[in-house]
Write a protein that binds this ligand. Structure first.
Ligand SMILES: *Cc1c(COP(=O)(O)O)cnc(C)c1O
Length: 498
């Protein structure tokens, strides 16, 4: 079994809460006679019995959900190097700020005069994001990165149609996130895949081969999903602009640029931000997120409305903007995610924002240089905030990237992103993020080195990993098709007797 110091866990079983239910058991008691106000429960809400609901005590409820939460792995559990997703630590202070009643108790239907603080926060956050990225206007409405992409491409479409141009295609490199072609499709565009060059980045020459007057835009993730800086962006911008097209920047990797370089300065016309990746909102459990969209030049007037405007020191929502593409989201978007982002940027300041970027890049390069002796690194040069390695050298032991990922679980570390980007076979995309200490990075490196050793000596144990979890290797195809919600939660048979 693993020598890793990272794993020492207590495995507790937990049945369904319905299985713990006993008739008549309850989680609270109210002494009727002590109330001097009469509590009137409306007829329709009165229940004789709680049929269909679990009847459990309060400690049972607390233990049930605490145990379930411990079956899961989060950024608060350990290193979570899930590339592209930026599963970084979110300072707890921002959670406190987002829970202040002045933020949680405002209602979007309040008149503007009662919403001054919230509107000011949104107005300022738009400006911060614009400053960080070199964009002239920002809308906070979109609810996630993909939604920001949709809004961005919708504005591109609007601008082109106003020019009387009905372009049909969008260029997308082979390293792109799947949401990019999807955002094109929902805006009625066909996506054309272009190959990144031998160095893992796009070349202006290759883009020029595809760039016609039927191409609306090119969508580029910078740095791209190989963790490499798209160094020809400015040249590509010239090629695309010369034919009247737009440059879209997928800004999911902004934590590798902010404070150092700005997409707007590289020639990008439109981009989205993932506040839940870069700016301190926990994610991975289904949201909510926030994917503001920023634009420059010709596109500014098409931003979603209402816009937050400031006049004579007062803030209000402006519904007029006549060229706007309109609303993309109810009310203001996910406001409390914006509160976290605003607090985070204020706490960090200029220097802190720069430090985040530099540490993210330093940590990824530290891991890359430490593991390149025992992992194949396809583009082994200075990377940005993440590095991509492959299982190429392990194939001879019949060990794959999936087996490596499961081996990491046994060592207390969340697996990196696997098999993405799809143009790199058997890839593992490692994004340590800026908040891991050098000791934690060393644990990750040691775990990976140990796994390579096991692959040589005892490949079978890796092929059956993980061993220390509640469930061992699942049949992933079957698990996705045959959902079994009442599976018994006993620890796997082959757990080590430590
Ligand atoms: C996460 C991500 C997206 C999509 O963002 P969501 O907020 O998940 O919708 C798009 N592109 C890249 C490169 C990403 O990493």
């Amino acid at each position: 079994m693993s020598k890793s110091k990272a794993v020492r866990c207590l495995k507790i079983t937990e049945p369904l809460i319905f299985e713990k239910s006993r008739p008549g058991r309850t989680g609270f008691s109210v002494p009727d006679e002590k109330f001097d106000v009469e509590v009137r429960i409306p007829e329709g809400f009165l229940r004789e019995s709680v049929e269909g609901l679990p009847e459990v005590s309060e400690p049972q409820v607390v233990r049930h959900f605490t145990r379930l939460s411990q079956f899961n792995f989060g950024v608060d559990t350990g290193t979570y190097p899930l590339g592209s997703c930026t599963m970084k630590y979110n300072p707890k202070i921002n959670e406190l700020v987002a829970r202040l009643v002045g933020f949680t108790h405002v209602h979007p239907y309040f008149p503007d005069r009662y919403l001054q603080g919230g509107l000011e926060l949104m107005y300022e956050l738009e400006r911060f994001l614009g400053e960080i990225s070199g964009m002239e206007g920002v809308s906070l409405q979109p609810a996630a990165g993909a939604h920001g992409e949709f809004a961005g491409m919708r504005m591109v479409r609007e601008a082109l149609e106003r020019r009387g141009e009905h372009r049909t295609k969008v260029l997308i490199p082979d390293t792109a996130h799947g949401t990019n072609p999807a955002s094109c499709a929902v805006n009625g565009y066909d996506s054309i895949e272009i190959k990144s060059g031998g160095r893992g980045v796009l070349t202006a020459e290759e883009v020029a081969r595809y760039m016609t007057e039927d191409v609306a835009a090119i969508m580029i993730t910078n740095p791209n999903t190989l963790g490499l800086f798209e160094e020809e962006s400015a040249k590509i911008a010239e090629v695309v602009h010369a034919k009247g097209g737009f440059l879209y920047c997928d800004g999911a990797n902004l934590n590798a640029l902010m404070g150092v370089a700005r997409p707007g300065d590289m020639g990008f016309d439109v981009m989205h931000y993932n506040l839940h990746k870069t700016f301190s909102t926990p994610h991975g459990g289904g949201g909510p997120g926030s994917g503001p969209v920023g634009v420059r030049g010709e596109l500014v007037k098409y931003l979603p409305k209402p816009r937050v405007v400031k006049e004579g020191g007062k803030y209000r929502l402006d519904y007029e903007a006549k060229d706007s593409i309109g609303r993309v989201r109810a009310f203001f978007g996910n406001f409390l995610v914006m509160v976290r982002a605003y607090a985070y940027i204020l706490e960090m300041g200029n220097q802190g924002i720069l430090d985040v970027t530099q540490h993210a890049v330093l940590n990824a390069n530290y891991v890359r240089v430490k593991i390149r002796d025992f992992f194949d690194v396809p583009h082994d040069r200075m990377c940005m905030h993440e590095c991509v390695v492959t299982d190429h050298d392990l194939k001879k032991h019949h060990v794959s990237n999936v087996d490596v990922a499961k081996g990491l679980i046994d060592r207390g570390i969340h697996p990196p992103t696997m098999s993405f980007p799809i143009n790199i076979h058997g890839s593992l995309m490692i994004e340590p993020t800026e908040n891991e200490t050098v000791e934690d990075l060393d644990l990750l490196v040691e775990a990976l080195e140990e796994i390579v050793g096991v692959a040589e000596r005892d490949p079978e144990s890796l092929q059956n990993a993980p061993h220390v979890t509640h469930f061992s290797r699942l049949d992933e195809a079957k698990a996705a098709r045959q959902l079994l919600l009442t599976a018994d939660m006993l620890p796997s048979e082959d757990a080590p007797a430590e």
